[in-house]
Each structure stands twice: as C-alpha cells, then as structure tokens.
Ligand binder design. Structure first.
Ligand code: GAP
Length: 506
C-alpha cells in the first residue's frame, strides 16, 4: 500500500491524466494554488453541487436559494470585520525563507503531544490486554498527565494571546516550545505579523475615482445583505434559510496541498435565521444534519470526525468543523458556526438600514440570530476523489486503477461501447446512445480493445458499461458491466432505461 504522501501524489497525477483537474495556466508553469476543472472534473463538481442544492433547497421548504455577485460594496467588508480581522498570523523562517501560519505551527505541536498520549495508551493496551482500562490510564499515568498539562498550558496562553493580538507573545511561545522549521530544522524565526487574506482590485475607469473593492472571501455576506429582500419577496418565516453556491477568494499564506487550500475556490453556504436564544438548538440540529449528509455520500463514518473550536472567529459564539481524513490527514471540510446576530447587527449599524424581522407569533421585532453551514466544494470534490481512488490486483495478475465514485455523483453514468468498429455494431450502439443521452450523461467510445476501454471507464469512475456485440444484432440484448464487481449480465435493450434508473439512483 502506498504511503499517504505517495497516494496523494498518485491521486493528483490521476486527476490530471484523466481530465479531472489541471493546474491553472499550466503552459506558463501554473499559478500557485489555482486549479482548473477538466471535462470529467466539471461533471463531478456539478453533480456534487446539485446533490447539495437538492438536499438543502429542494428538500427543505423553508430554505431558498440566492446567487449574489462576487463584487460587493467595500463597506460590507468593513462591517463584517474582514478588513480588520480576517488575518492570519504569519512567521518566516530566516534560513529556509519559508513562510508559515504561526497558529498552525502551535496547533501542530499540540497535535504531536496528543499523538504521544495516544501512542502511550495503545502501548499500554497491548501490554495489559483485556484488563486495560483506558480511562483510568489517562487519568493516572504520569507521562500522559504531564503531556495533558502541557497542552492545557499552551492553549491557555496561546488563544488569549491571539485574542489580544499579542504577536510578540505568540513568537515567544514558538521559541519556548522549541518549534523548528520543517525544512531548515532551525529556530531562526522572524517576528509574527498579521496578514490580511482578502484580494483587492480597483473598480472605476479613472484612477482618482476608482474605489478599492475586494473579491469576496466568503459567500455568506451576499446572503446577509439580501436578508430582507429574500425574506420579503419569498415570504419567509423564521426559522428559515438562504443557500448559495459560489466562488470565494483568499490570499492564503500557505497555499499548497492541491484542492485543499486554494486561492480561488467555491463554497456552498447556508445561513439559517432563527429567534435569538434558539441558536444553540439549531446549531446542534445542523451539526447532526450536515454529518448525515456527508455519510450519505457513501463514505465510511470513520473517515469523519467533529472538531469543536477553542478559538472562535470574530463573529461566532460556537463553532465546529466536520473533518475528513484526506490523504494529508484529518482536516476541515465543513464549518458549522453559530454567528449570533453579529453580521446583521453590523450591517444595520454601518448601512443605517434596519435589519429586523417582525415575528408575528411573538409580536416582537428583532435582529435574527444565524446558524451557518459552510462547506468547501473543492474539498468535497477532493474527499470524494480520494475516497474513490483504488488500485486493485486482479485474479489474472493484471492491475487496474478504479474510482469507486457513488453512481449518483459519477461524471459519466454509462459508457456505450460497440465490441468492434464494424459489422453494424457502431450504428447500433449510436442508436442506443441516442435513446439514453437525454436522461444520463453517456460516453461513446469505439477506439481500442474492449478490455482497454473498460479500464479507462474504471479509471474515470463510470459505474456501468453497455456493450453492443454481435448477439445484440440478433436478439436486441446488450451486456451491462458493473465497475466494482466487473461482472456482466445480458439484458434486453428495452429494459436498459429501467435498469439504469434503479442503479444510477444509488
Ligand atoms: N462563511 C464561513 C466561512 O467561510 P470557513 O471555515 O473560513 O468559514 C468554510 O470556510 C469552508 O470553505 C471550509 O470548511 C473549507 O471547506 C472551505 N475553504 C476555506 N478556505 C479554503 C481554501 N483556501 N481552499 C479551499 N477551500 C476552502
């Protein structure tokens, strides 16, 4: 089995070779942390979007959609706090000249201590066998207690220092913990500085009247500023949600890791407007719902976990990440945030326009509280892709790479393949393609041996192949091949549509 790093490299190479994801502007050596989706990538991405949109908007009567512009009035970002607070603390290593997020360095250090505790417990469990009491071990073992104490101390110092924006103390902590640069191995650090993550550009033709505007770093603000437009025009009653899918832009400091951390990416966000005081109830509700959604993608539960935040964003009173086990480890794929009435309240203040809702049941006017679910589309794409990637040794000694993408998300649902390129088989296969292409994303191919074409479809994640052979011409039947089992059965052409409908809904 490949190491995780090797596996990650293979997935990236596969994504390029099979037309899922290309580096942006590749002929000019690429643009860091920006990617283009190829012919099969765009299909998979659209299917994920549609699946999310249906589960949020179509299946919930009280959630409606929106598609707000990327450009917004600059005051939006002042009110939202992004101009002043959407920063990452960064630090450079003077020897390697590499730049790091200071908070990530410290959090990685904490993770290492947590790892040590886990390893200690695993070792003891092996030693004591059935009689091992994990809870008691963690409460009494001196080495575990020492590490727990250390974690506690770091957190108690680190998060308040960030909160106070005491960057000198953050640097001191990094030095005291002896954190070294992973590249140079040295502790030769610069000061910690705040770095705003928003991209800006000029709007207007003449320099003098041009306004600096920002590329939105989250889609959520488009929803907040339209809160009353949507509520009134769609006659929504609290609790209700507004959902949106769109591009967001962040000038990430450490932008590596393929689709995981990009400078231009897509978010699928939903803001749920609730009565003040009811936000924690809805926060737990959406945590549960969103985890169920992830599991419904057919990805095993052990690949997911929650991470409740210690350090909260400037707008939140509770926040949790759903983390997915990418080949680069467990990392955030979605955030669920209780954003209080921070955003609507701030827009009310900055714009001078009321952002209130009149609750008829309570006979009361208030600024609603908001619970947000915010999932990265590109990270979800990466999760689906990396969960699907398999290398298999077959009984005949050959190997295949297969993407086990759930049929409902697969870029191509069915391939239509004439066994050979003559004897009227291509014409018959085209006829079949014409009957199916309005309902399913189909793919027709007649080049290469049938075995090679099956392998290519496996590598693209196509769940079914229909093969038209000489028997088809005699009795109007075709074979249907299942990507995962590689088994084939013969079915009547007149049944193909019904069989596919049942299989592709999976
Ligand atoms: N409106 C709330 C918000 O934007 P966030 O936790 O900063 O919250 C939400 O982002 C999600 O957007 C993340 O869980 C992640 O999936 C995705 N995301 C954030 N930054 C990203 C990046 N640089 N590249 C790819 N996806 C990113």
């Amino acid at each position: 089995m490949a190491s995780n790093e090797e596996l990650f490299r293979k997935i990236i190479a596969h994504a390029k070779e099979y037309g899922f994801v290309f580096p942006s502007s590749e002929i000019y050596d690429g643009l860091s942390a920006v990617y283009d989706y190829g012919p099969f990538g765009v299909e998979l991405k659209n299917n994920i979007k549609e699946y999310w949109w249906k589960s949020m908007v179509q299946y919930h009567e009280n959630i409606v959609g929106l598609d707000a512009a990327i450009f917004m009035h600059p005051a939006v970002w002042k009110a939202s706090g992004h101009v002043d607070a959407f920063n990452d603390p960064m630090i450079d290593n003077k020897d390697s000249k590499k730049r790091y997020r200071a908070d990530v360095l410290v959090e990685d250090f904490i993770l290492k201590l947590e790892d040590k505790i886990e390893k200690e417990a695993e070792k003891a469990a092996k030693r004591f066998g059935d009689t091992f009491d994990g809870k008691m071990f963690r409460e009494t073992n001196p080495r575990v207690l020492e590490n727990l104490q250390k974690i506690q101390e770091i957190k108690q110092r680190f998060y308040p220092a960030l909160e106070r924006n005491d960057l000198a103390d953050v640097k001191l902590l990094i030095e005291e913990l002896g954190i070294v640069c992973p590249i140079s191995g040295s502790r030769n650090w610069t000061e910690v500085r705040q770095f705003n993550l928003m991209f800006s550009t000029q709007m207007g033709s003449v320099n003098e009247d041009a306004n600096t505007i920002f590329l939105r770093p989250e889609t959520a603000q488009g929803i907040f500023v339209n809160f009353l437009n949507v509520q009134k025009s769609a006659r929504m009653k609290i609790p209700f949600g507004i959902a949106q899918i769109g591009k967001a832009f962040r000038n990430e400091i450490v932008a590596r890791q393929f689709l995981f951390r990009m400078r231009e990416f897509e978010q699928m966000e939903m803001q749920y407007f609730v009565r003040p005081g009811e936000e924690m109830k809805w926060y737990s509700y959406w945590k549960d719902e969103r985890m169920k959604w992830h599991l419904s993608l057919g990805i095993p539960a052990e690949k997911y976990r929650f991470h409740d935040h210690d350090k909260l964003a400037h707008y939140a009173n509770a926040a949790a990440d759903i983390e997915f086990e990418f080949p680069i480890g467990f990392k955030e794929i979605e955030g669920i945030h209780s954003r209080t009435n921070f955003d609507l309240g701030a827009h009310q203040e900055y714009s001078g326009k009321k952002m209130q809702y009149f609750d008829q049941e309570l006979d009361e006017r208030y600024v609603p509280y908001v619970v947000e679910t915010s999932i990265g589309l590109d990270r979800t794409f990466l999760a689906v892709l990396s969960n699907a990637y398999r290398e298999e040794k077959l009984d005949d000694g050959s190997e295949r790479v297969v993407l086990g993408i759930p049929a409902r998300l697969a870029p191509i649902k069915v391939a239509i393949l004439p066994l050979i390129k003559k004897d009227g088989l291509p014409e018959k296969a085209r006829e079949l393609m014409d009957t199916l292409k309005y309902d399913y994303r189909c793919f027709y191919e007649e080049k290469d041996t049938i075995g090679r074409r099956y392998r290519r479809m496996d590598a693209l994640g196509t769940p079914y192949c229909l093969t038209v052979d000489h028997q088809t011409l005699k009795d109007d039947t075709v074979t249907i091949r299942d990507r995962d089992t590689m088994k084939q059965e013969r079915i009547r052409i007149t049944d193909v549509s019904i069989v596919l409908r049942e299989k592709v809904a999976k």
